[in-house]
Design a protein around this ligand. Structure first.
Ligand code: ADP
Ligand code: MG
Length: 259
């Protein structure tokens, strides 16, 4: 059965796209068939995380009836299928985001997981993402503004009858002014199911247009995201470090292929 999960959280910049691209990649590593969909039609950037930001056909074309679903899906070398949105401002005209649920409906049955990269705020895009999903994964940072926005998203998702899987706290720096796991749980009313540290490898990975779980699989952020994937799959996490020699070889290949 396909699980349709919207990764969302209210506030912009908390790491929704980073978690979507990396959770998709980690799930694919565990043998799952996964598609990541950018539901952020006005300011999309999921394509950048996978290096398909210049895709000839996008979600915008499908929503406008200009392209077929299969022509707008790209396969990343790590196995994840990606349905990017267009980066061009010209493509915004005539797009009806409320038709998003039709897209997820037609993808159901073809994948184990459909991950929707949710938009910030609680406008039409964000609401359409929530409505198109069955389950919601909340992403926040360990600070009050992020958790306050996450709480609003939770309330809306509850009103729409969606199942909330739990909360991912991202960009933890271990400072004493950060909210603790228990505080986030108390404020949101849901369990914190992942704690992702601040990790410079995340920015390096985005620069190289490769998810950090592939770019730097032994990095602290990658390991926590793999743990999150295991918890969604209900399997125990066993830390398997990728040998250093293999990583250096991959780095060399990336360097040789760099654009
Ligand atoms: P959102 O989709 O919620 O707007 P993004 O996933 O685009 O957020 O992340 C915003 C920025 O934060 C990105 O530039 C990314 O490099 C950075 N970022 C996200 N998660 C982490 C992390 N765990 N450690 C370091 N930087 C991160
Ligand atoms: Mg985003």
């Amino acid at each position: 059965m396909t699980r349709v999960i919207c990764v969302i959280g209210g506030k912009g910049g908390v790491g929704k796209t980073t978690i979507t691209s990396n959770l998709a990649s980690a799930l694919a590593d565990f043998g799952q068939k996964v598609i990541a969909v950018d539901t952020n039609l006005t300011t999309p950037n999921l394509g950048l995380h996978f290096g398909v930001h210049l895709a000839p056909f996008t979600l915008h074309d499908i929503l406008k009836g200009k392209s077929k679903l299969k022509d707008s899906i790209y396969i990343h070398p790590n196995g994840v299928n990606v349905l990017p949105a267009s980066m061009s401002i010209d493509d915004l005209e005539g797009v009806d985001v409320s038709r998003l649920h039709e897209i997820t409906f037609s993808l159901k049955g073809k994948y184990d997981f459909i991950l929707l990269d949710g938009a910030a705020g609680l406008g039409r895009e964000a609401v359409s993402g929530i409505m198109a999903a069955d389950e919601i994964l909340i992403v926040t940072n360990p600070d009050l503004p992020s958790v306050a926005d996450a709480l609003k998203t939770i309330k809306l998702a509850e009103r729409l009858g969606k199942k909330i899987i739990g909360v991912v706290v991202n960009r933890i720096r271990g400072k004493d002014y950060e909210l603790t796991k228990e505080e986030v749980e108390e404020m949101t009313g849901y369990p914190v199911i992942a704690m992702i540290p601040e990790d410079k490898n995340v920015s390096k990975a985005i620069f190289s247009k490769t998810p950090v779980v592939n770019y730097s699989p032994n990095s602290p952020a990658a390991l926590e995201i793999k743990k999150l994937a295991c918890s969604l799959l209900g399997i125990p996490f066993v830390e398997r470090r990728v040998p250093r020699g293999f990583l250096l070889f991959e780095k060399l290949i990336r360097w040789a292929l760099r654009k």
